[in-house]
Ligand binder design. Structure first.
Ligand SMILES: [Fe+2]
Length: 192
């Protein structure tokens, strides 16, 4: 069966998100290819939003990430935290610009980066690729609010716009709590 790589979020989710006035300067510039910081959930999600997630048993880690990427970037394919079973999907909101997520088949050598998880402190693994010989795009998301799968190789393409993205990682509360689970929550909502 084909894996679902992303599920667009209903429009009302955007009302759950607050964008601070200093959003353009929140992420320090270190690398030319883009940077990220962890941010407090409550700075970006309204009380109503927090209540909605709680009511639907979506447990959000308290420190989502804010990514800031310049225009005209195609990132190296990567896999996020693939040994953390509580972080299988991301809830993504594009706050400035736009930016595709492309899922790819990639021929190359895997390279592993181990870092402490910002929520638990336990080791987390970020996998990227080097000596890439071939990349084939298998799926693309171009929206601005979606739940996306982060356990298969994917990359970001910003094209002509700077992209600022809030990415929240819902905790997976049982082994079978997957994208399909999230799809079921969304399907159960009144038509939006
Ligand atoms: Fe990612």
């Amino acid at each position: 069966m084909m894996r679902i790589n992303y599920i667009e979020l209903p429009k009302f989710f955007k009302e759950f998100i607050k964008i601070p006035d200093n959003i353009e300067t929140m992420v320090p510039k270190i690398k030319d290819t883009g940077n990220f910081i962890s941010v407090p959930l409550k700075t970006f999600v309204t009380e109503t939003g927090l209540a909605w997630f709680k009511e639907h048993d979506v447990f959000l880690h308290p420190t989502p990430f804010l990514f800031d990427m310049p225009p005209n970037i195609t990132s190296v394919p990567h896999i996020d935290s693939n040994y953390d079973p509580t972080k299988l999907v991301a809830i993504n909101f594009v706050l400035r610009g736009y930016g595709e997520v492309q899922w790819v088949d990639v021929e190359g050598d895997k390279e592993y980066f181990i870092f402490p998880d910002s929520d638990t402190g336990s080791p987390s693994v970020y996998t990227t690729f080097k000596n890439i010989k071939n990349v084939t795009v298998t799926d693309v998301w171009t929206g601005d609010a979606a739940v996306i799968h982060i356990q298969d190789p994917h990359r970001i393409v910003t094209k002509e716009a700077r992209r600022i993205l809030l990415t929240m990682r819902p905790k997976i509360t049982s082994p079978n709590r997957t994208m399909n689970d999230f799809a079921r929550i969304l399907e159960s909502l009144p038509r939006w």
